[in-house]
Design a protein around this ligand. Structure first.
Ligand code: V07
Length: 261
């Protein structure tokens, strides 16, 4: 019963997953997980498929990992779906990517409603194609009263731009006489960021063997545990995800209570 609600079916695979979950501690589940979903192009290349086939497979994997995160009680996941750098890719590829939110939501939105998941996004929305904006806006609107996990998409997101915009807003408040220079604190910088309503990530996962941040959540990741894997994003399944969680819990226990610094 429960199995079916969480995984959409109740077969051998979902029983295996349920068993993996029982190995995970309920107490130290990371509240917020950020993921850089890298390696979709390489996944396609290995199979002599066009790059977009890799992006499409990567999109299907978002659904898998969303369910897995939801099943273990994660409060929020932030997925780096499209960076401000990604505009430099071939026009056809960008056009394909900009259709993925619609396709994803077209098939997955009813399930998100059932799972009580709320969709949010960070990044500059206004330069995305109208059809993409409409799809995402509509999904945010439909899921806005859901009280479960937050599924946060970083779309046209760049951390330095986010910080620049935050600084500009703070400067304007000072110029307008609404804020004193001495009142610029970590707290009010945090609250000007696009992630203002989310806690800082506890865990960052990057797939595909790249070991850098690529302008992702620079401020927010100050104290985050990093977990890197060679696995390409379309191959990063529930088992790999639970491996990351178990490693995180091991590290957490090692630091025992000395968290934060
Ligand atoms: C994209 C699939 C995942 C791998 C990384 C690149 C390609 C899901 C979305 C999405 C975004 C917003 C939303 C619902 C779904 C998405 C883009 C690319 C641009 F509300 N996957 N995915 N958006 N990829």
């Amino acid at each position: 019963m429960l199995n079916k609600l969480i995984w959409g079916k109740s077969d051998k695979h979902s029983q295996d997953l349920q068993e993996r979950i029982s190995e995970i501690s309920n107490e130290e589940v990371p509240a917020h997980i950020a993921i850089i979903m890298d390696g979709n192009g390489r996944w396609a290349k290995k199979r002599a498929l066009p790059r977009v086939a890799g992006h499409h497979e990567g999109m299907k994997n978002v659904r898998k990992i969303t369910r897995a995160a939801n099943a273990i009680g994660v409060k929020a996941i932030t997925l780096y779906a499209f960076s401000t750098e990604n505009w430099k890719r071939p026009r056809k590829e960008v056009e394909f990517l900009m259709r993925l939110p619609e396709e994803f939501l077209g098939s997955f939105l009813p399930e998100l409603m059932e799972l009580n998941i709320r969709i949010e996004m960070i990044g500059e929305m206004d330069v995305l194609p109208d059809h993409t904006q409409r799809a995402v806006q509509n999904a945010m609107e439909q899921t806005k009263d859901n009280t479960g996990m937050v599924l946060n998409f970083a779309l046209n997101y760049g951390s330095r731009t986010e910080l620049v915009l935050a600084m500009q807003r703070i400067a304007k408040k000072i110029k307008d006489g609404d804020l004193e220079v001495s009142d610029i604190t970590e707290h009010n910088i945090t609250s000007e960021l696009m992630t203002a309503n989310l806690p800082d990530p506890d865990l960052l996962i990057r797939t595909s063997g790249e070991i850098r941040l690529s302008n992702f959540m620079l401020w927010q990741l100050a104290y985050t545990e990093f977990w890197f894997t060679e696995i390409l994003w379309p191959d990063f399944d529930e088992h790999a995800f639970f491996d990351a969680i178990k490693d995180y819990q091991k590290r957490n226990r090692r630091y025992g209570g000395l968290k934060g610094e």
